[in-house]
Design a protein around this ligand. Structure first.
Ligand SMILES: [Zn+2]
Ligand SMILES: [Zn+2]
Length: 593
């Protein structure tokens, strides 16, 4: 049997939403001796898969190796990775990988990509290193990471370059920015950050750290800044995380019934504060959800969690305490399938039943695309009588990324000559450039808005910044089950088609001697139309198939089966589109006997 996947013959209504630009034919010129090259390999057309390469004088430093979770454009795929072909071809020059902090959009690609780029030494702060190494345990086949833990005041030498660090405020401890010193000035990468402040005045601790890293006495020249653009569209200063902590503490203190707090497991600082606040008011904490449990364990191990051992109890001990002494910390604020809170909402959680005396805090914003599942989650919880608090009705969440005025403060503290925005969709990057101009009077020619794979160079001894016309390979790289592949756009297209209009399979048996069908063809379809109620359509399609097969076979000896199948696919696809306005995937299976 020969199943043809007639990709070329199939009518295409929608090309993949992300065009696959495969510019792998570009010959990339060598780097001049007086130039610095920066290649954002990911993270500048999306929030996710952050990775940037900085190259000078034969040395390459990589900052962050993130991944991106699947989205609507890539159904069925597990993750999307940055395209690292540029680095794979230059792996002998890579001196270091520096990781700014432990979020998956900055560390997620490590197990997949480190082996491909020669497993160079990795530098990061303590908590990040533990999160990375813990995750490596899930990938037993990959080479051991040469992990070198640094602190914010350290200076390291990689190749011929000196690298320093500075501490930044984010939602996870040990987040840092990177300062790479070159003879023409330094290249600064902030990682993800916001500014801790009181009513719009940055705290002393923030001011001191920036003054230490970028002294205003003129001794330090920043040639180029790359910075986080996520929230630059929001005006003013963001809600400080400490305000969220204070509000959560107030709620924990005054809560009369049982409290369930659902949040991201990546918001480590908040998790720690919740446990500490619960302890302060004599309450016990139950941790539900694998990623939460793991992160709490890591914090305990590193001494970041100050709470007593007895404060955290197992779910089986809930009954030993009155409801007002229980705080449940749970995953599922985004309504992810199988998360603890979703199971509670669907009454399938083995140990925790929602009651009208429960209050549930969704301590997170809603990630775009999750609106409907989150709505359903809230509906299900509310049907069971629980009270719900979320970020729109109380300050129980803040993002880890700077708003516009904080961003301007950061720019003024760092004072770069050139600027390139990172970490955001194109429009966010553009908005960030406007902020850069406002902050330090940069001109249009001082800023560059990149796409993934653009090659940006600071040329002529640090005097101008340009975007080369040649591009590093930037096609999608997908992790699909166990395989890591280059562009599998055919697979993705198939999945989109199957998801939208279903599949239509035709079985026919042709008499090889006369090219006639031996009996009426069989049809199987899924996700297309309900066949039992479409008898007339089926009848017509069968006639069409018979006609198409017999015409195609006519005069052929032997019969060219590929030709026959292509004709059948074309005819049936066209007919179904006319009759149903749908384009199912049509697969003819035709045997000759
Ligand atoms: Zn982050
Ligand atoms: Zn990030």
């Amino acid at each position: 049997m020969n199943i043809v996947r007639p990709d070329a013959a199939r009518p295409m209504r929608r090309s993949p939403a992300k065009p696959v630009i495969n510019r792998e034919g570009d010959v990339i010129p060598p780097l001049a001796a007086d130039a610095i090259r920066i290649v954002p390999l990911g993270g500048v057309e999306e929030i996710g898969k952050n990775m940037t390469a900085i190259e000078y004088g034969g040395d390459i430093i990589v900052v962050d190796i993130g991944f991106q979770f699947k989205d609507d454009d890539t159904p069925g795929v597990d993750f999307i990775l940055p395209n690292t072909k540029y680095l794979e071809e230059r792996r002998d020059k890579i001196r270091a990988v520096i990781i700014t902090h432990g979020h998956l959009d900055h560390i997620g690609g490590i197990p997949y990509i480190m082996p491909r780029i020669g497993n160079p030494p990795m530098y990061t702060r303590l908590l990040t290193s533990v999160l990375i190494l813990k995750r490596q345990e899930e990938f037993p086949g990959v080479p051991k990471i040469d992990m070198r833990v640094v602190e914010k005041n350290d200076t390291i030498t990689v190749g011929k370059l000196k690298v320093r660090f500075f501490a930044v405020t984010h939602t996870i401890p040990d987040a840092m920015g990177v300062i790479i010193e070159t003879p023409f000035g330094s290249i600064v990468h902030t990682g993800d950050l916001k500014v801790d402040h009181d009513g719009g005045i940055p705290t002393e601790r923030e001011a001191e750290e920036y003054e230490r890293a970028f002294p205003k006495d003129g001794s330090h020249k920043v040639l180029m800044l790359m910075a986080d653009s996520t929230n630059v569209e929001n005006p003013g200063f963001s809600l400080p995380e400490k305000t969220v902590h204070k509000n959560l503490e107030e709620i924990i203190k005054n809560m009369q019934g049982r409290l369930i707090i659902a949040t991201f497991s990546s918001l480590l600082e908040r998790l720690l504060k919740i446990v500490e606040a619960a302890e302060k008011y004599g309450k016990k904490v139950v941790v539900e959800g694998r990623s939460l449990k793991q992160n709490i364990e890591i914090c305990k191990h590193l001494g970041l969690l100050k709470a007593k051992k007895e404060t955290i109890i197992s779910v089986d001990e809930i009954e030993n305490y009155p409801p007002d002494r229980i705080v449940i910390l749970s995953t599922g604020a985004q309504a992810n399938d199988f998360s603890a809170l979703v199971r509670m909402s669907q009454k399938t959680h083995a140990k925790i039943k929602i009651t009208p005396r429960d209050t549930i805090i969704l301590s997170s914003s809603v990630v775009p695309g999750n609106e409907r599942p989150v709505q359903k989650l809230k509906d299900n919880l509310s049907r069971q009588g629980a009270k719900i608090l979320h970020y729109r009705i109380a300050d129980v969440h803040s993002s880890g990324h700077a708003n516009r005025d904080e961003t301007i403060w950061i720019h003024r503290a760092i004072r770069p000559k050139f600027f390139m925005p990172l970490h955001g969709y194109h429009y966010m990057l553009r908005t960030h450039c406007d902020a850069a101009k406002e902050a330090n009077g940069l001109k249009e020619e001082d800023v560059v808005i990149p796409d993934n794979g653009n090659i940006v160079e600071i040329q002529a001894g640090g005097t101008k910044i340009v975007k080369l016309k040649e591009k590093a390979p930037s096609g999608l790289v997908l992790v699909d089950g166990f395989s890591v592949g280059d562009v599998q756009d055919v697979v993705i297209r198939d999945r989109q088609m199957l998801a939208q209009d279903g599949i239509f399979i035709i079985f026919g048996i042709v008499n090889a001697s006369n090219g006639k069908l031996r009996k009426s063809p069989d049809i199987i379809s899924r996700g297309f139309v309900y066949l039992r109620e479409s008898q007339e359509l089926l009848h017509e399609v069968r006639l069409l198939i018979r006609d198409s097969i017999e015409k195609s076979c006519k005069g052929q000896n032997p019969i060219n089966m590929d030709f026959v199948k292509d004709n059948v696919t074309d005819a049936v696809s066209k007919y179904l589109l006319q009759k149903t306005a749908k384009r199912p995937m049509v697969i003819p299976v035709i045997l000759t006997i």
